[in-house]
Design a protein around this ligand. Structure first.
Ligand code: ARG
Length: 297
């Protein structure tokens, strides 16, 4: 068995210099850019430390000047069974990341960490795993659309992977990527923030998740970006949580690692956004072809 493997991006060029979601306040960043940058480096180091301690492997991509949100590789693409679709971003501020992530995916392919890279057709908007969450327990994708990804992008990715994708419309500007308001846990629980969805979306979730597995996030959990969690095995890594959620997770048998990600939350992202899992589906016995190499030290 290999370790869960995550792509992360070094925050050397991270900053909040524009605003494309309601959390982003460039004014607040510019009050103390040096302090923010220091806190971002520390938060990133703590996040990768927590992932490694929990038994994961990380692949670190260098940052690129002029692409501050590159630190959120969850948006780079969707990866399953060793195949990757490349994102198509809605905002020009993030479209600059597409060639960088394409090159990164190609480099991972050369090293055998990804088998195939797929570019989506024109007209698709699709912001990667941030809007396409694999639920291993149910063998389906939860797929968000609205603020960032469009239906065309959603359908295109669903077709590539030929797995069920449950379309969920995102109803608020605050919870603009699905990973800010829904998190499938390895034991089958789904942590979600109901007000982020339409009535129809909430119904679609309840139809597929037994009541005893459906965990509701509070306003506070959502605002702390705790739904934006990385989970594998019994490990959950997230931003600083409130007591109630800590209790819920420990009752369910999860080991929680909390990381101070304040500078990234000021950009509208946290733990899950800052990672892209590369080995989804590869642990299934039925997975063909691709052999995952041990990541280099
Ligand atoms: N500032 C980034 C943006 O607005 C944050 C992205 C967070 N990523 C995520 N998967 N939710 O695009």
């Amino acid at each position: 068995m290999h370790s869960p493997t995550f792509l992360v991006v070094d925050p050397a060029h991270f900053e909040v210099s524009y605003s494309i979601n309601p959390w982003m306040e460039p004014g607040r960043w510019s009050e103390d850019p040096a302090g923010q940058r220091r806190a971002a480096r520390a938060g990133f180091a703590d996040l990768t430390g927590a992932l490694l301690r929990a038994g994961a492997a990380v692949e670190v991509l260098p940052g690129v000047s002029g692409a501050p949100d590159l630190v959120f590789p969850a948006n780079a693409g969707v990866v399953l069974d060793g195949r990757a679709t490349l994102a198509r971003f809605r905002h020009p501020e993030r479209q600059v990341e597409e060639p960088v992530f394409l090159q990164a995916f190609e480099a991972l392919r050369t090293r055998g960490l990804i088998g195939e890279v797929i570019v989506l057709p024109d007209g698709c908007l699709q912001e990667g795993a941030g809007d396409f969450l694999w639920d291993a327990h149910r063998a389906l994708f939860w797929a968000g659309h609205g603020p960032r990804s469009n239906r065309r992008g959603l359908d295109a990715v669903a077709e590539v992977f030929a797995r069920p994708a449950v379309a969920l419309e995102l109803a608020t500007p605050q919870f603009y990527h699905l990973d800010t308001c829904l998190c499938p846990l390895p034991g089958g629980e789904v942590l979600y923030y109901p007000p982020a969805f339409t009535a129809e979306g909430r119904r679609a979730i309840r139809d597929r998740v037994d009541a005893d597995l459906l965990l509701e996030a509070s306003d506070e959990d959502a605002a702390r970006f705790c739904v934006n969690a990385v989970a594998f095995g019994r490990e959950v890594v997230m931003a600083q949580a409130a007591d109630r959620l800590r209790g819920v997770l420990s009752e369910r048998g999860y080991r929680l690692s909390e990381v101070d990600l304040a500078p990234f939350i000021l950009s509208g992202g946290a733990a899950y956004c800052m990672t892209l899992r590369l080995d989804r589906g590869l642990d299934r016995a039925s997975t063909p072809a691709l052999v995952l190499q041990e990541p280099a030290e």
